[in-house]
Design a protein around this ligand. Structure first.
Ligand code: PLP
Length: 408
């Protein structure tokens, strides 16, 4: 992120185009994204949804670490034409790459000074207070172009969202200012749909959302899209589908939780069923190979001592490249289809793995850090279980500087 911003800023100062520079040299690792697996995920989600609700893919947090640029293009190839983001900054990234026919929706931060930009570019955004509605109306009026607004309402998460106290007035304000503000959506977020033990809370949230819909009925003024569902709700609560769904984590092939996965297995009645898959593979290459005599320490300090003669491989990335330091002495990578355990601490830009047991291993061999190689796989869970991270947390921390490649 910082690298890209810095680049754009210096490019601006020099009056050059702000497109990211094409690099001449290689980065220390790379991410591959599978178009084929993405298609499978989208097909599964669309089957769940049927013909009515529109699918919006959530590409916030650099598309959950996958890379916003490649993901938008890949998703458009799968027929997705609605993208949800957390900020105006991310919306601008989508705008740079998406088709002019796609819709962009900001669910989070949009500063006052960026409202004209959003309106100008037809970017939809959430509003959760009346003052903001007045500001938007005034700006839209001065621009002679309507704003596309989604009213966000409070249903029980106590994040952003207006309450019942303000909603009737907000709705009548929209009705009276329909020239300037298009009532594009009425939305809320279900906080915790991935955990079935939250079912009671979800049902309360859904019921509370319906009271806002009832007010729309009373005032006879309706949004184009009613939307409340995230991935877990799409899979576990069909009654939440309404007119649009905002699917993040499932787009990338991850079950929102074990609860939701087992619910799916129960529905299909099979012991194993993989209707979705991970689209990401993270790779690097062996930088060096060393023979370490018994008794020597490996890397910083005394974190690992060779208890026998060992052959180790040095890998050219570390915690500054998004590889969690918590995997020191605990994680594994794949080389020639075999597991190679990490030995010693994850350094800032290097770490070492034991390859004593891997025949014919050589400098330049491909290393899979995350994903499949031959018959083996390193799952995100291998990182998150050890490092006590959420899937989303681990993925979204993958630096934007790592190059992303689309593969079949
Ligand atoms: C992130 C987010 C989503 C998507 O959630 P997933 O669980 O990843 O599908 C949907 N709605 C809002 C408001 C969000 O912030």
């Amino acid at each position: 992120m910082t690298e890209k911003t810095a680049l754009s800023k210096s490019a601006l100062a020099n009056g050059l185009p702000t497109k990211e520079k094409v690099r001449q040299v290689r980065h220390s690792s790379r991410i591959e994204l599978s178009q084929k697996v993405l298609r499978k995920n989208i097909t599964f989600l669309k089957k769940k949804l049927g013909t009515h609700p529109r699918l919006s893919c959530v590409v916030k947090a650099n598309a959950y670490g996958h890379g916003i640029d490649p993901m938008v293009t890949m998703l458009e190839k799968c027929g997705v034409n609605h993208f949800s983001v957390a900020s105006a900054f991310e919306a601008e990234e989508v705008l740079d790459v998406c088709s002019p026919h796609s819709t962009i929706m900001i669910m989070g931060i949009l500063y006052d000074e960026d409202i004209p930009w959003a309106i100008e570019n037809g970017i939809e955004f959430y509003v959760f207070d009346i003052e903001r509605l007045v500001t938007v109306r005034d700006i839209a009026r001065s621009m002679g172009k309507p704003a596309l607004v989604h009213l966000e309402v409070e249903t029980g998460t106590n994040r952003t969202g207006m309450t019942e106290m303000h909603f009737p007035y907000a709705l009548s304000f929209l009705r009276e200012n329909r020239e300037e503000i298009v009532f594009q959506g009425l939305c809320t977020h279900l906080g915790g749909a991935e955990s079935l033990s939250n079912k009671f809370k979800m049902e309360q949230q859904i019921a509370r959302y319906k009271t806002y819909l009832a007010e729309c009925e009373r005032q006879e003024y309706h949004p184009s899209y009613r939307h409340i569902a995230c991935s877990a709700a799409v899979l576990a609560y069909p009654e939440t589908h309404y007119d649009l769904v905002r699917v993040g984590v499932a787009t990338y092939g991850f079950w929102p939780s074990r609860d939701i996965y087992f619910l799916h297995l129960q529905e299909v009645g099979k012991e194993k069923d993989a209707p979705m898959g991970r689209i990401i593979t993270w790779k690097t290459d062996i930088m060096d190979i060393k023979i370490v005599p018994k008794g020597d320490f490996i890397g910083y300090g005394t974190a690992f001592q060779a208890l026998r003669d060992m052959k180790i491989a040095v890998l050219p990335l570390g915690y500054s490249n998004g590889y969690p330091r918590d995997l020191s002495n605990r994680g594994q990578v794949l080389i020639r289809g075999k597991r190679a355990p990490i030995v010693g601490l994850i350094n800032m830009n290097l770490f070492m793995v034991d390859v004593t047991h891997i025949k014919d291993v050589g400098i330049g061999d491909e290393v899979v850090l995350l994903g499949k190689q031959k018959n083996n796989v390193i799952k995100v869970a291998a990182f998150t279980d050890v490092a006590n991270l959420l899937n989303n947390e681990m993925l979204s921390r993958l630096p934007t500087a790592i190059p992303r490649y689309v593969v079949k």
